[in-house]
Design a protein around this ligand. Structure first.
Ligand code: EPZ
Length: 419
């Protein structure tokens, strides 16, 4: 069977300028939200990635008219006539369950198969269920389907037990269709939550406080279609910054939002990397061996769990020892075994990886066990001596737009091959 792979000849310093694509996690929330409009929306700066393609298929299945040229998407929701996306599409990504509150708002019922997404630990949805039911929906998840209906959605107060990104987004998406005001306490503050709120507000919704831990939504539809440009991808930006630092590179990343990167920039500075920020540009340069550090993942503005994996790949060749503590997902260190195959010395005890920096990694055949693990494999391949073969790259292409091409433009020797 044909298997697509990346082949990387490592040890080359990345140099040059590269532009960041639109944010995956913003895109996958904003595209379903466009169905809440009474007319078509045009969304710009979308990433051309597998998750977005799957969403397009799902929206078309539901009856929407969707045109997508790889960056700009026009979504006409006026012909949507189904409330039950199929499992074969929904299970291909995590964000498919954002359709549940959206379709609930349109039809007062929805049947959305339990979402898929990366296998990085328990990914509960109890807080989503709590948000929707507090606003007046009956929700059950029997048989692997989120089955939700309501006679009337009414604004209320929702306290989230943890600042879950998914639950915050699902509760906001429910609240815009509810009558009255909803207040969400302990909300996630991630940039993509803010971007979704800005998009909904551009459609005529009133979502206030996004980016803080208390979000207020004054509900009430109809919303109108809107023209909107989504934010750059925070995690792609970070992955490129890490790749530049790891190769002793000199890279200017454009189209980024430097303030979204503060947690990573602070850590890279601590390690000895030079960073300059200017408007939408981040310049990363490094020379010589970097210092090991300690970090703990947290919700925004803390260090993002989605950069934990590529950062661990970089730390594996830094001097001294490093500690990486994963606080968000309970099984996000599976990829460490792949780094060890390249010579990394990492011990995982509970939710902490203890990394003893080695002089170099050596290329071999490794597997991308999930999306950001794939990013870690790419960083390892760029560092590694000799040739690294990365299999299972479907995971990577779910979330990174032509990462091979972008890295090639910076001088990397990376090829995408189909056996
Ligand atoms: C989003 O996942 C992102 N996905 C993830 O990005 C990201 O890693 C994560 O947020 C954290 O930032 C999308 O935006 C599509 P959570 P999500 O709900 O919403 C627990 C990537 O690589 N929890 O904030 O699924 C849960 O078990 C992906 O781009 C509950 O206990 O994350 C987990 O341990 C991977 N009950 C933690 O909270 C709930 O009801 C964080 O989950 C919900 C979550």
């Amino acid at each position: 069977m044909a298997e697509d792979r990346y082949i990387i000849h490592g040890g080359i310093r990345l140099e040059g300028q590269v532009a960041v694509s639109g944010g995956k996690n913003a895109a996958v929330a904003i595209i379903p939200a466009a169905l809440l409009g009474s007319s078509a929306s045009v969304i710009e700066n979308l990433p051309d990635i597998e998750d977005v393609h799957v969403l397009v298929e799902m929206l078309r299945y539901l009856g929407a008219k969707v045109e997508f040229d790889g960056s700009v998407m026009r979504i006409d929701p006026t012909t949507v006539d189904k409330y039950n996306p199929p499992a074969y599409l929904a299970q291909r990504m995590r964000a498919s369950y954002y359709l549940a509150p959206v379709l609930l708002g349109i039809f007062m019922r929805a049947e959305v198969p339990m979402p898929g997404g990366c296998n990085i630990g328990t990914r509960q949805i109890d807080q989503t269920v709590k948000g929707m039911s507090t606003l007046g929906a009956q929700v059950d998840t029997l048989g692997g389907v989120i089955n939700v209906k309501s006679d009337k959605l009414i604004g209320s107060e929702v306290y989230l037990d943890c600042p879950s990104v998914g639950a915050t987004i699902n509760t906001v998406l429910t609240a815009v269709s509810a009558v009255g005001t909803t207040t969400i306490y302990n909300a996630a503050k991630e940039p993509h939550v803010v971007d979704l709120a800005n998009f909904l507000n551009s459609m005529g919704a009133r979502v206030m406080g996004a980016g803080t831990s208390i979000i207020r939504v004054r509900g009430g539809r109809p919303l109108r279609g809107s023209n909107y440009t989504i934010i750059p991808d925070q995690i792609e930006t970070g992955t490129l910054m890490i790749a530049a630092a790891a190769t002793g590179g000199d890279v200017i990343i454009t189209g980024a939002i430097p303030t979204h990167m503060e947690a990573l920039s602070a850590k890279l500075l601590e390690m000895g990397v030079y960073i300059r920020e200017e408007d939408d540009l981040i310049h990363v340069r490094s020379n010589g061996r970097l210092r090991g550090i300690s970090l703990k993942t947290q919700g925004y503005p803390g260090f993002p769990t989605d950069l934990q994996q590529p950062m661990t790949a970089l730390l594996s060749i830094c001097s001294g020892s490093s500690l990486v503590t994963e606080n968000i997902f309970n099984s996000r260190f599976k990829y460490v075994a792949e780094l060890e195959r390249m010579g990394a010395r990492i011990r995982v005890i509970e939710n902490t990886a203890i990394i003893e920096g080695v002089d170099h990694l050596v290329g071999t055949s490794i597997c991308a066990t999930d999306l950001r693990a794939g990013a870690a494999m790419i960083v390892a391949g760029l560092i590694g001596e000799g040739t690294t073969e990365i299999t299972n790259i479907g995971h990577i292409e779910r979330g990174y737009e032509r990462i091979d091409k972008k890295l090639r433009s910076l001088g990397a020797m990376i090829e995408r091959v189909t056996k």
